[in-house]
Design a protein around this ligand. Structure first.
Ligand SMILES: [Zn+2]
Length: 472
């Protein structure tokens, strides 16, 4: 059962230029970085709406804390920072809210339009209030610069997925997807669920300005990021995977801090000591994995999707052609259905697909999609895709080297993978084809069949994948 977490993933096809293009920051004469918000085709009202929808999901999935003292404390820091957002990045419709989450990992994330969530582990591990403010200023900057919807603006829409789903996915990449996916219900996600390094640097730099204006020392931001980096275990990877280090982070934050004047910066406060003491005296916060596991155990499979019945009709010998957005055309057996999502489209027969624990799964069929990556060549982009697939499919193994192949007339790679279905314990075979599109996005097609039926599907896969034509 090939698992892809369709719900929380977006087509955030990172143009190959986006990782390397000059950061949208220049130095003003006073040495301070000049920050320009990235291009965004959405209205700020969209940010608010999407953030609100995502917040509802978050509050269903995550153990938010109702502790008044803790939330009031986060609010006081948050307001102080939000009041210093430079006027050009203020959006009157945004509403900044700050909520503690009862999770152990050092993590925080913010949704478009303003809702921010800070893990208890973050507050417990911080050395002082300045460090908490540093993480919050960084998250606040992603919101003010509208990075979630900017990411969706860059995305290459091609599937039938709704725009909202795409944006939500891209944003949820800011952290929530990571948090709830720890339990393994997580497929393609890792490739999408993160801001680009360019956005990271912007959020760092704007964050230092906001901190300084609010009377915090931006060097505390550099310090807390260094702690997260060095921490390695216990949740730090979550934060780092959604907020990748643009390189030299500690140094450039400190350099920027040197250009900013902060008299009498707030570092340690009695309120911080009180709140931290209060949290540390509570029974330890659960890990995200514990929470995901428990919510999985307590949840019944959603009834709105057809179950995987295992009763799968043979592929029809007649084929039907689908046009996917303005990106490609594909022909599949006429008895396969088209299952669109924001980041991919899956063609599968009845009985071969469904939802398990909130993840979309299929046992027979072909999935075609695009993945964002940070690689410069097809081989390593394909490696990256396989690694992210392995997060949702821990038993996924590559069985062959990459062969040269073609897909839609483009040079590509082909490889065979095997996987063990978590549900049936059965072996399955996955034929994976990849190519880089002209905008740098990784395009993939994966044929999936149970091992003992694979010989009957091999020709179907070649025919389906051979039918792909790019249309732009
Ligand atoms: Zn970030």
């Amino acid at each position: 059962m090939f698992r892809t977490r369709l719900k929380a993933v977006a087509v955030a096809a990172c143009l190959s230029a986006c990782a390397t293009s000059a950061a949208e920051t220049r130095s003003a004469p006073d040495g301070q970085a000049v920050i320009t918000a990235p291009k965004n085709k959405y209205d700020p009202k969209d940010d608010v709406k999407l953030g609100r929808e995502a917040a509802q999901e978050v509050e269903k999935e995550l153990p938010v804390m109702r502790d008044e003292q803790v939330n009031a404390y986060l609010n006081s820091i948050g307001r102080r920072l939000a009041n210093q957002i430079p006027s050009e990045f203020r959006h009157p419709e945004f509403q900044y809210t700050f909520t503690a989450v009862n999770l152990r990992e050092i993590n925080a994330f913010a949704l478009p339009g303003g809702p921010m969530y800070v893990n208890r582990g973050m507050i417990e591990k911080a050395r002082n209030e300045g460090e908490v403010a540093g993480v919050m200023a960084h998250e606040l900057s992603h919101v003010a610069l509208r990075h979630g919807t900017a990411q969706a603006t860059k995305a290459t829409p091609y599937a039938v997925g709704q725009v909202a789903g795409q944006i939500l996915g891209a944003i949820v990449g800011g952290g929530w997807g990571q948090v709830i996916s720890q339990g393994s219900q997580f497929g393609l996600g890792a490739a999408f669920l993160r801001y680009s390094r360019e956005y990271e640097k912007q959020a760092d730099l704007l964050g230092t300005h906001i901190m300084a204006n609010a009377g915090y020392d931006p060097r505390d931001m550099a310090n807390v990021f260094r702690t997260i980096q060095q921490e390695g275990g216990s949740g730090a990877p979550q934060w780092l995977s959604s907020h990748p280090d643009p390189g030299n982070r500690y140094n450039y934050i400190n350099q920027e801090a040197a250009n900013l004047r902060v008299a009498q910066a707030t570092r340690d406060t009695r309120e911080f000591q009180n709140v931290q003491g209060r949290l540390r005296s509570m029974s330890p916060a659960p890990s995200a994995e514990d929470v995901a596991r428990n919510s999985k155990a307590g949840r019944t499979t959603g009834g709105d999707n057809r179950p995987v019945t295992g009763n799968v009709p043979r592929p029809d010998s007649r084929y039907q052609t689908y046009n996917e957005g303005d990106v490609f055309r594909i022909s599949v057996p006429a008895n396969w259905r088209e299952l669109g999502s924001a980041n991919s489209v899956t063609f599968a027969p009845d009985g071969a697909y469904g939802t398990v624990d909130g993840s979309s799964v299929f046992t027979h069929g072909v999935q075609v999609g695009m993945a964002r990556h940070e690689s410069h060549d097809l081989n390593s982009a394909t490696d990256e895709l396989i690694q992210s697939l392995q997060q949702g499919n821990p038993q996924l193994r590559r069985q062959s080297n990459y062969d040269r192949g073609t897909i839609g007339g483009r040079q590509g790679l082909r490889t065979t993978l095997t996987n063990v279905s978590e549900a049936t314990r059965g072996q399955e075979v996955i034929e994976l084809y990849t190519t880089l599109l002209s905008d740098g996005a990784l395009f993939y097609a994966a044929g999936v069949a149970p091992r003992d039926e694979y010989s009957g599907y091999r020709d179907v896969f070649s025919r389906v994948i051979g039918s792909i034509r790019f249309t732009r």
